[in-house]
Design a protein around this ligand. Structure first.
Ligand SMILES: CC(=O)NC[C@@H]1CCN(c2c(Cl)cnc3[nH]c(-c4cn(C)nc4C)nc23)C1
Length: 285
């Protein structure tokens, strides 16, 4: 019995639509429940007119192609998609504990255990992505969601819709997470994702991004110089890890496997892995 939610054709009438979870340029994300199985999911709605105007249809097809092959506990699951005359609908896993960036704003910064656990989770997710030759390229707190047990869910492989509240990102997105080679427009590889893991680790522990500056230009300058300044209270183990990741030369950055095995991550992380289940459960999903 193939799992129910992966059945071939879906349409809007198969769902009861709940509250909006986020809104953005191309559409919005709604909480939704599948009528027969009562399966809860996030339904991302993209307007074809907006996609056509921005010439993004082909990118959406590529994103859907990539997403449909990714299955990992720390990657937000993409189940299926369908469309009507005016809209494209993506059936996505619902992350019950919301957006990491909101949690970071609420807590100001995270302790070592929480940060090291996120480092282990996101590194494992990226090892999996890179093994499929998928580079996320846009890792930042805004694109990270939290699962039932607070585990990280890497989301939004290209389609960021924004939650109703004002986002911290400036007009064209935050520059804090750009790797040096991205700023110079040089060709970039998987190591741009590794750079972002270093920036994320710093921001989770400190509460602000490492190269944060009053102007975008100054931020770019600090990124290219890799001007890393740690508050005195940042633990040595974390400073060691972040300094080994944020290397200007992409190939010299600490590989993801070694991030997971770093002494500070090994000793501080409290990662919980969900029980490995076949793709079918109680409600046939
Ligand atoms: C990566 C990305 O696209 N972020 C923007 C969209 C906003 C809601 N989206 C969700 C998506 Cl795509 C999936 N699950 C979610 N869960 C929530 C959420 C849960 N709470 C308690 N509060 C919220 C908000 N939101 C989502 C994604």
């Amino acid at each position: 019995t193939g799992s129910y939610i992966h059945r071939k054709m879906w349409c809007l009438d198969d769902f009861q639509i709940g509250r909006p979870l986020g809104k953005g340029r191309f559409g919005a994300v709604y909480l939704a429940r599948e009528q027969k199985s009562h399966f809860i999911l996030a339904l991302k709605v993209l307007f074809k007119s907006a996609l056509e105007k921005a010439q993004l249809e082909h990118q959406l097809r590529r994103e859907i192609e990539i997403l449909s092959h990714l299955r990992h506990p720390n990657i937000l699951r993409f189940y299926n998609y369908f469309h009507d005359r005016t809209r494209v609908f993506l059936m996505l896993e619902y992350a019950p504990r919301g957006e990491l960036y909101k949690e970071l704003q609420r807590c100001k910064c995270f302790d070592e255990t929480r940060t090291a656990t996120y480092m282990e989770e996101i590194s494992d997710a990226l090892i999996y992505c890179h093994a499929q030759r998928v580079i996320h390229r846009d890792i930042k707190p805004e694109n990270l969601l939290l699962g039932l047990r607070g585990e990280l869910k890497l989301a939004d492989f290209g389609w960021s819709v924004h939650a109703p509240s004002l986002r911290r990102t400036t007009l064209c997105g935050t520059t804090d997470y750009l790797a040096p080679e991205m700023i110079d427009g040089r060709p970039h590889d998987e190591n741009v994702d590794v750079w972002c893991v270093g920036v994320l680790c710093y921001e989770c522990l400190v509460g602000s991004a490492p190269f944060d500056a009053p102007t975008r230009l100054e931020t770019f300058r600090r990124i290219k110089e890799v001007r890393l300044v740690f508050p005195v209270w940042v633990p040595d183990g974390a400073k060691d890890l972040i300094s080994k990741i944020l290397n200007h030369t992409p190939s010299l950055r600490l590989p993801l496997k070694e991030i997971m095995e770093h002494p500070w991550v090994k000793c501080k992380s409290r990662r919980i892995l969900p029980p490995v289940h076949k793709d079918v459960n109680a409600c046939g999903v």
